[in-house]
Design a binder for this molecule. Structure first.
Ligand code: URA
Length: 247
């Protein structure tokens, strides 16, 4: 990068975090440009002439991007550190020298597909609403939701004053007091699936994410991961394909 670029974009391109997280890091006062702390957003930098540091460490462009699909076990947090000392998902990765960060989040008790990468730009696209990347979950809920309630979720319901985008639901199995349901959404609000089922009176007791777009977990056991190829990454985006720069 020989020209000027927005600081948060540069940090994302160097694999520090997604652009949104990079903005948080800037706000926290952890970035210096030529020795000066920068907390303002949108500052232009010239990385070939200026020294940009995160927590004192020089930030340099990433040569190789890595993409990992992990089957997150319950009991792991998807943050990069945890003040309460709970296990963090990146402790499940072994022998990877670059720092990978999770794309989005899964709750402590949620299992399943979690992407990790050092490609901040792609992470940003996966999470950006305009790409409408779908996430599919298998949910076990209490009780037997009626067809009408399922339709309500499909069409969108009010959650905290804002209607959810249309979702796809499929009943997988009805038991006496519980139901297994496959649900596909493309929004990423905090605890969205839990809140959606709570809102129709059928709280969740188990949640597993099984896919991003058409990229499914398939045979990955909990705690195991696989490296993704460009072909795999294309399966994530069902609407627009933004992979031209991720060779
Ligand atoms: N929705 C939730 O409620 N929890 C998750 O972990 C993911 C989606």
């Amino acid at each position: 990068m020989s020209q000027t670029v927005r600081l948060q974009k540069y940090l994302a391109a160097c694999g520090i975090a997604s652009r949104r997280k990079a903005e948080e890091i800037i706000t926290q006062g952890r970035i210096t440009v030529d020795g000066q702390i920068v907390t303002a957003m949108g500052v232009q930098v010239n990385p070939s002439q200026q020294e940009i540091r995160l927590d004192g460490t020089l930030v340099i462009p990433q040569e190789d991007f890595l993409y990992v699909l992990l089957n997150k076990p319950a009991g792991y947090v998807t943050t990069m550190s945890d003040p309460q000392g709970r296990p963090i998902v990146t402790s499940l990765l072994h022998g990877i020298k670059t720092r990978l960060f999770p794309v989005g989040r899964l709750d402590l008790d949620t299992e399943g597909a979690l992407l990790l990468t050092n490609d901040g730009e792609l992470a940003q696209k996966i999470q950006h609403p305009s790409y409408e990347v779908t996430k599919t979950y298998e949910a076990q809920v209490i009780g037997r939701p009626s067809t009408g309630k399922i339709l309500e979720l499909e069409q969108g319901i009010l959650l905290e004053g804002k209607k959810t985008a249309p979702a796809k639901l499929q009943i997988l199995a009805r038991k006496t007091s519980t139901t297994s349901i496959r649900i596909t959404i493309h929004e990423g609000r905090k605890r969205q699936v839990k809140k959606m089922f709570q809102a129709i009176g059928h709280p969740l007791f188990h949640l597993k994410r099984i896919a991003y777009g058409n990229l499914f977990l398939e045979g990955l056991l909990p705690g195991k991961y696989q490296f993704l190829t460009e072909e795999d990454l294309k399966k994530i985006f069902l609407k627009k394909i933004p992979l031209q720069k991720n060779k």
